[in-house]
Design a protein around this ligand. Structure first.
Ligand code: GLN
Length: 196
């Protein structure tokens, strides 16, 4: 990895993602700088971007307001790695089925927002992630991927894809930043480092 990792810093689980990347850096005794991205020029200083969970409609507005939306699309089309978790996945998807969030179409997924119900319907469930193994996934007002299109399905829950990949783009409906399990972020860092 030539530079560090950016976390879209507007809203949502920003500090949790930063914490996980710092823990990974300590564990592997590597220097992995982490930048909270709030301006598009900051993307010059990172080798990959994480778009966190939170509220996708708010994130969409701010991404456009600060000119980051189009910048991420053009960089991702040139191979820049992007990982979207929950609301972040909604933002990078092809079809969100919600006029308030236009998906970036970085990955060929169709989404149903809040398809598991309200906040109270959040849950933790064991899933099996291809290339990672057994994993306790935290779902919070998660979207459902109703169609993964041409993307590779890395994990399913209830017969629905919950983690998908298309080359440099990785998305999941759950929250790897809310556990002590580092493996999903390590998987993304391998993509960023070109080892994916
Ligand atoms: N329900 C939120 C949305 O649609 C996503 C929830 C989350 O990121 N935990 O934006």
């Amino acid at each position: 990895m030539s530079q560090g990792i950016g976390i879209l810093g507007f809203q949502g689980d920003v500090s949790e993602h930063i914490g996980i990347i710092k823990t990974i850096a300590r564990k592997h005794k590597k220097n992995i700088p982490v930048t909270e991205i709030r301006k598009k020029d900051q993307l010059d200083n990172v080798s990959g971007l994480i778009i966190p969970g939170g509220e996708s409609t708010t994130m969409y507005k701010l991404l456009n307001l600060y000119g980051i939306y189009d910048e991420v699309i053009s960089r991702a089309m040139d191979g820049f790695p992007v990982m979207g978790t929950c609301a972040g996945l909604i933002v990078i998807s092809k079809e969100t089925n919600d006029s308030r969030v236009k998906g970036m179409n970085l990955i060929d997924t169709t989404i149903e927002r809040n398809a598991y119900g309200r906040q109270i319907d959040s849950f933790i469930h064991e899933i099996n992630i291809s290339g990672i193994g057994e994993y306790k996934a935290v779902f919070i007002r998660a979207p459902v991927i109703s169609d993964a299109g041409s993307s590779e399905i890395l994990a399913v829950y209830n017969n629905k894809p919950v983690m998908v990949r298309k080359g440099n783009i990785l998305g999941m409906t759950f929250h790897p930043e809310l556990t002590n399990d580092l493996r999903v972020h390590e998987y993304f860092l391998d993509i960023v480092g070109g080892e994916g």
